[in-house]
Design a protein around this ligand. Sequence first.
Ligand SMILES: NC(=O)C1=CN([C@@H]2O[C@H](COP(=O)(O)OP(=O)(O)OC[C@H]3O[C@@H](n4cnc5c(N)ncnc54)[C@H](O)[C@@H]3O)[C@@H](O)[C@H]2O)C=CC1
Ligand SMILES: O=C(CO)COP(=O)(O)O
Length: 312
Amino acid sequence: MSQTNLPEASTIAILGAGAWGSALAKLAKTNQHRVTLWSRQSSQSLAEAIAGSDMIVSAISMKGVASIAQQLQAIPLPEETILVSATKGLEPITGNTPAQIWRKALPHHPIVVLSGPNLSKEIEAGLPSATVVASDDAQAAQIVQTAFASKNFRVYTNSDPIGVELGGTLKNVIAIAVGVCDGLQLGTNAKAALITRALMEIIRVGSYFGARPETFWGLSGLGDLLATCNSHLSRNYQVGFALAQGKQLDEAIASISGTAEGVNTAHVLIGIGDRENIAVPVSRYVYRLLNGEINPQEAVEGLMERDLKSES
Ligand SMILES: NC(=O)C1=CN([C@@H]2O[C@H](COP(=O)(O)OP(=O)(O)OC[C@H]3O[C@@H](n4cnc5c(N)ncnc54)[C@H](O)[C@@H]3O)[C@@H](O)[C@H]2O)C=CC1
Ligand SMILES: O=C(CO)COP(=O)(O)O
């Protein structure tokens, strides 16, 4: 089917009516799907919202995924119902990704990760954008691709869900670092160096978890890193920028609208890095900054004064 043709209408439930859930709902409605946008504030129950759905899309903040997955587990669902995970975060304590949580909760359902350079405000405004849908189940990924693809939203499939998911998740920590870099007006060279070294770090973590390194060169890796590190629309970038202006973390978080997942992800990632002995120097400085152990200037000095080494 040509991408500009409308896909067959499906019934899609979108869980999480924040910035991303609302933008995804708009995309799905544009393609004439029957869409229910549900949040915990909705008057409808979760069971009512998902009744008859071909596809359930989760755009819930990380902190809500496990409890919603548990609630969904208790609701009878046909096994062919596809679960699409659009959250970018890591679960504290377990370090699980959202798709891993969904896999445990709904082991017999196809699970598809949706991730890419997708600043929701640009998508809401109808600007062109591209994303990736990744799954071990190629047919399910294709169904989601067809459901969401439109003339303004180009959707690629991918068979490396953990790589696609980690690209979108780990870049949030780096966006905080780059927000600090821009907030301190350190210049374009510094920013380019930070993003490039951070990509190596993301690939190192991703490879450890079995992701394919080349996935991180794609839209869900480098693509999302570039989008998030170059836009004041990114809440993670905004948190870093605010810290560089001298704001405390709680003030920085209060100053943004919505969720900056990188704050929690930095904590979980450092736990994983320490446990598995994975070097994550950029993320570690973000973590120390978020913990109030160092100030932004000290974070920069710390990164610049690390032992000299080869680039690889
Ligand atoms: N906004 C964006 O541009 C994009 C966001 N994302 C990811 O999507 C996820 C959601 O982001 P936003 O929509 O921007 O955040 P948001 O803060 O605007 O909305 C979060 C949604 O999650 C729900 N939620 C929060 N805690 C919950 C809980 N304990 N139980 C049940 N529901 C809960 C809220 O009610 C709300 O509907 C995040 O993981 C984010 O990284 C991914 C791509 C783009
Ligand atoms: O993931 C995003 C864009 O792809 C959104 O980034 P923020 O959560 O930093 O706003």
